[in-house]
Design a protein around this ligand. Sequence first.
Ligand SMILES: CC(C)(COP(=O)(O)OP(=O)(O)OC[C@H]1O[C@@H](n2cnc3c(N)ncnc32)[C@H](O)[C@@H]1OP(=O)(O)O)[C@@H](O)C(=O)NCCC(=O)NCCS
Length: 161
Amino acid sequence: MTNIVLPNETNSLRNLFGGELLAKMDRCASISAVRHSERRAVTASVNHVSFNHPIPEAGIVVLESKVSRVFSTSMEIYVDVWLDDPIAGTKIHTNEGIYTFVAVDEFNKPVPIPQMIPETDLEKERYAAAFRRKELSLILSGRMKPQDSVELKKLFVQTDL
Ligand SMILES: CC(C)(COP(=O)(O)OP(=O)(O)OC[C@H]1O[C@@H](n2cnc3c(N)ncnc32)[C@H](O)[C@@H]1OP(=O)(O)O)[C@@H](O)C(=O)NCCC(=O)NCCS
């Protein structure tokens, strides 16, 4: 998705307001979620967003989202954001967001999603780490007890007593 930053989307420093960027990222991720699952899909959690570089008014923002792992009814989606400056000939990676979407039926009930196979090194790296992130998200949202986790148990539960 490519956008240009308009004045009404900026903060007092005349850079893109964080909430505006989050909305764009959510929108972009939701398109990947629907395209992959061929179902309606809802945002279940925003697991991480980094704001590494300001995006100024009139800047050209490029968002790219990809499904990084499918679990059963949920999928992790990575959104990468760049500031594209065709005049200077630069493209700066400004943000990254990690979202969880759930595919739902017409009664908003979660439904299974077709699997995906990571191919590039980056896709494989993101796929491998997604399980840890899912466990962390479930623990932080109170949906999983730390002692029930597979990969994160040792971080949360003291076992040497
Ligand atoms: C997301 C939603 C559909 C999940 O429904 P639910 O009845 O709780 O379903 P489940 O407990 O079976 O969870 C479904 C999947 O989501 C995952 N999930 C739910 N909450 C999660 C979270 N915070 N982080 C990561 N995964 C989560 C579950 O682990 C499960 O994944 P899996 O089937 O791949 O293993 C439901 O909570 C909902 O509709 N939320 C509102 C969504 C919304 O309106 N979003 C727009 C933003 S306002």
